[in-house]
Design a protein around this ligand. Structure first.
Ligand SMILES: [Fe+2]
Ligand SMILES: [Fe+2]
Length: 160
């Protein structure tokens, strides 16, 4: 019975991720660098994987769809933050959760729970956007750990 439950959970996880990952706008995240030599797409995938591990290891019983969708779209802002561009993404660190949230609502019609995961993931930098759900806390923590790891160990080849 346990094996059957694990298998059906595994299938559900893959299905949720596949639905998101086949989308052309999500694919666009492959064009942008997040940290070092890591694309925003790869970064979001790593945060989604770690979020699942945290949820399972600590038996937090987070809602799997909210957790995975929030994690996969948490940096769905769709531009290269290393360049100012047209000036619309000034103060990227503070503003990108809102932009990612708007894109997620526009392209996936995400609900309030997923929107909250995305908009609060940069806390405490975004002081007033505090994670208030277990899914939001998990993604907020997973993002910090993955970002630190990418910044320290995945530097661009030219910088080595
Ligand atoms: Fe972010
Ligand atoms: Fe992130």
């Amino acid at each position: 019975m346990k094996k059957y439950t694990e298998l059906s959970q595994y299938k559900e996880i893959n299905q949720i991720l596949e639905e998101l990952q086949k989308d052309e706008h999500v694919q666009e995240m492959k064009k942008y660098i997040q940290h070092g030599d890591v694309s925003t797409y790869e970064h979001c995938e790593s945060v989604a994987r770690l979020s699942l591990k945290i949820n399972k290891a600590l038996s937090l019983h987070a809602d799997q769809r909210t957790l995975l969708t929030g994690a996969m779209l948490h940096d769905f802002y769709l531009y290269d933050w290393h360049y100012d561009g047209d000036g619309s993404h000034h103060l990227h660190g503070f503003s990108h959760p809102k932009r990612a949230c708007r894109n997620a609502q526009k392209f996936f019609d995400v609900d309030a729970d997923v929107s909250h995961v995305i908009s609060s993931h940069m806390w405490p930098l975004t002081l007033t956007s505090i994670p208030l759900s277990r899914e939001a806390w998990i993604v907020c923590l997973a993002d910090k750990w993955i970002s630190l790891h990418e910044t320290l160990f995945r530097r661009q080849k030219a910088q080595r």
